[in-house]
Write a protein that binds this ligand. Sequence first.
Ligand code: NOJ
Length: 580
Amino acid sequence: MTLPDSQGKGRQAEASARRSEVIYQIYPASFCDSNGDGHGDLQGIISKLDHLAYLGVDALWLSPVYPSPEGPEGDGGYAVTNRRDIDPRYGCLDDMKQLIAQAHKRGLKVYMDDVTPHTSDDHEWFQASRERRAPFDDFYVWHDGVADHDGNRQPPNNWLSVFGGGAWEWDDTRRQYYFHHFLTSQPALNLNSEKVQDAVLDDMKFWLDMGVDGFRLDSICYAHYDPHFRDNDGGGAWDQQYFSRSHCQPQTVDFVSRIRQLTDSYSPPRTTLGEVICGRDGGRNPMEVAADYVDPESGLTMCYTDVFRAISHQAGPSYMKDAINGIIRHFPHGQHCNAIGNHDSPRIASREIDHIPELARRTALKQLLKILTVLPGSLSIYQGEELGLPDARVPDDIPHDKVRDPVAATKGYEHCRDGARTPVPWDSARKNAGFSNSDTPYLPVPDDHYHRAVNKQMQDPGSMLHFMKHLITWRKSQPALQNGAARVLETLPPLVAIVRECDSQTMLCVFNVSDAPVFFKPSDLLDDKTLAATGIAEDEVIRCEPYGAEIRGAETAQPACGKTAQPCRRRASVSGMRAG
Ligand code: NOJ
């Protein structure tokens, strides 16, 4: 039958469009405060939607805005006390509806953060569960514990918490241990039970019915656990353990297919972006785990891993090539989301280039952004990365008594994630750089963020903001970057070379990951057919500047900085993208 076939093709095209989206992540507490209480809110986000539309992103992902404890036990919103409401600090359900409507008006989708594997210990499900009240009795993972040689009660096994220490906490009310992957205030939901899965799916449906376009699924690889509570293999430390029992379980694949059934029941199907930053082997190799969750027929739309958290000039071209080869191998349909930072990682501007001489840093940063932009899959930009903000430092920018992140207490200040969570500087001339009128902003605005504020960068055609806007516009104008095939070429360091190709376009992207110029001959890298398709002459030798990017076969030129990209009418013309 023709109809289902064409419908099938339409659905595939629609799915592949979603997999090449540009997503903008908002950390709502520090994005924009509309009512002067020092805390970002939904009305603040609404007031800045034009900034996102200007940037040209397709969707925004909101870190959690559900009710959550204010103190460290709230984990910045990732300990949820009510999965169907909005925390008053952010506004109310009507504000959320307004945000969705206003975003849609500008062609922006809205993804919420579903904190799937745990709730707050203040959630009514947990309160009922600790009192063994039906039907919540088994909503969490409870265990009596075991007796040691001396008959003393001990946790049931060697499972560990991501935030340090063991993963079991004794509860005096229920007189059992409960399992937690993160803080003790974040008890793990018993997602091994279909009944609990149903409850979680019902909550997701609540938001989808409201008009939300999809979800980022928090820590989805932590959803299941070994029902026999066997020890993980390996040593006592996190990086020595093999997480074969405490998480990364095969049952999660079935659970994500239930999520997929739900999101596919809407038209158009809704999007899911899983967070998988932990592999089985001491946390390493998350790509292997994530790859199991993104089956094009039954899995999530896409996943992000932390593979690009480590991509850096310091790691070098070999690491980059391996990482890119990894995403091509594990995510053949572009189901990997390439994230330029997030609220858990140091900002890319500080993370990647500290060891590079000051004068070359900006170029090196732009090169990294270009690399991420030409990779297959979607691109996620964390708030402030479009401004090239450096990480805030503790205690220089954020005094100890102002630190919010609970990880500073459980694992030490060097692990504190607040460096990437300071307010977005909107206006250099205003209090708290225009984030809030309050004397007690969510976190202080670092002094060196003021001159990087949006108003300043808007006026400067050479700014990071303009660069990012043009990079996004340029990416969208290249068919090969939407859903084209990708391969990494065999090159010697310091070059990293990628080919992106689809029926209508072949693009060669070469990056010089070093501080000295490099000459290369494309005909040494490409076969005759591919070379011809890029439009590069057989005898052409190209000079790639230090930390430069040479992109050939593009349909529109990416200006070095500032100027708006104009469509190029000549098909398969050779246009260059150079270090800006
Ligand atoms: C991953 C989130 O990104 C992080 O911020 C949070 O602390 C943990 N999951 C626990 O929810």
